[in-house]
Design a protein around this ligand. Structure first.
Ligand code: UDP
Length: 331
């Protein structure tokens, strides 16, 4: 298969590139390095089946050439990370909506190429009493437009609407994947993600900063599980025209417990600090208390079950951080 991955130098994109190459596919990535990093794919650059373009997906001419040459597009390029989208609301809307429109219209124009659209559990919005587990057809509950986080949620929902509209009206084969808190080596905490932030803080001996009371829970998914699910779905005709949750419901943990586990694994003496949301993000910031994926739809289509537990996932990430620190010190 000739695969085009937008955002291929990002955290998930780089792991997806690696997995697709291992299976013998041809992989081309395009990434503007806004949040992705060339070092994420450094080890792939010597592979004969791998090519990369450092450019924006808004470059219509280049995108037309790349879409024209591929069989399937994995559209991962987007503004992501709670902190990033709060700090860059305009770029978030323009990239996430405009970029997806370009990808879908070109996929349609160049012979109805299959498109996998990366979406997010953020589309569900807020949890509410009795509602912590989210299934694909659940209602979405969002806060006011003054809170940028909900703008991000809307951009990804609009991407989904757009993809489904192309499927309905143009028969474009689209698959929408909603990632739930994916983690793994190469993820940076710079844009807000809690796991790499806590690990870096723990290794640097800095306070581990928990936002709010820390009793909120998340289900963390190892990137290898997430990538396996995506690859499983791309080969399944039953996934076409569908949105699917990708996550690991077994890895549910409070943020307080996460901080303690990371402290233990790293052997860190860091203090644990609680910080109000308004100080961490912006005035009026709203967090969801609990968010757990229902993955029965994914399981029914692909037989998927997540393999990596939280301890194994964290140990692998800590190892990656330590290796990078060592390299940085020796250079
Ligand atoms: N969080 C935290 N400290 C940080 C970053 C995040 O306590 O330095 C919290 C955040 O408020 C949320 C949870 O960890 O409750 C997961 O945050 P993340 O941004 O990783 O993912 P999301 O909020 O999208 O689930």
């Amino acid at each position: 298969m000739k695969c085009l991955i937008t955002g291929g130098a990002g955290f998930i994109g780089s792991h997806l590139s690696e997995a697709l190459l291992k299976k013998g596919n041809l992989v081309t990535i395009i990434d503007d390095l806004s949040t992705g990093r060339l070092e994420n794919v450094e080890h792939l650059r010597k592979e004969k089946n791998f090519s990369y373009y450092i450019d924006t997906i808004m470059n219509h001419v280049l995108m037309a050439e790349l879409v024209g040459k591929c069989d399937v597009i994995f559209h991962l390029a987007a503004a992501v990370g709670v902190k990033y989208v709060i700090d860059h609301p305009l770029e978030t809307i323009l990239t996430n909506v405009g970029g997806t429109e370009i990808v879908l219209s070109l996929a349609n124009e160049y012979g109805n190429k299959k498109v996998v659209i990366a979406s997010t559990s953020e589309v569900y919005g807020k949890d509410r009493p009795g509602k912590r587990i989210f299934s694909e057809n659940d209602d979405r509950v969002l806060g006011p437009t003054s809170i940028n986080r909900w703008g991000y949620s809307c951009t990804k929902a609009l991407d989904e609407f757009l993809a489904l509209a192309y499927f309905k009206e143009k028969k474009l084969p689209v698959v929408i994947v909603r990632f739930f808190n994916t983690c793994g080596p190469r993820q940076t905490g710079r844009y807000g993600m809690v796991v790499p932030r806590f690990i870096k803080q723990a290794l640097d001996g800095e306070p581990i900063t928990i936002y709010g009371d820390g009793k909120q829970t998340r289900c963390f998914t190892d990137v290898s599980d997430a990538v396996r699910a995506v690859i499983g779905l791309v080969c399944e005709s039953r996934a076409i025209g569908e949105a699917l949750n990708i996550g690991n419901p077994h890895n549910k943990i409070t943020i307080n417990a996460l901080a303690k586990v990371i402290k233990r694994i790293t052997g860190s003496k860091s203090a644990i600090q609680h910080i109000p949301y308004e100080k961490a993000y912006e005035k009026g910031f709203e967090d969801m208390r609990h968010r757990q994926p229902d993955i029965s739809k994914l399981k029914s289509i692909t037989n998927f079950s997540p393999r990596i537990g939280i301890a194994g996932m964290l140990e692998r990430i800590v190892k990656d951080f330590k290796q990078k620190n060592k390299l940085a010190q020796s250079s």
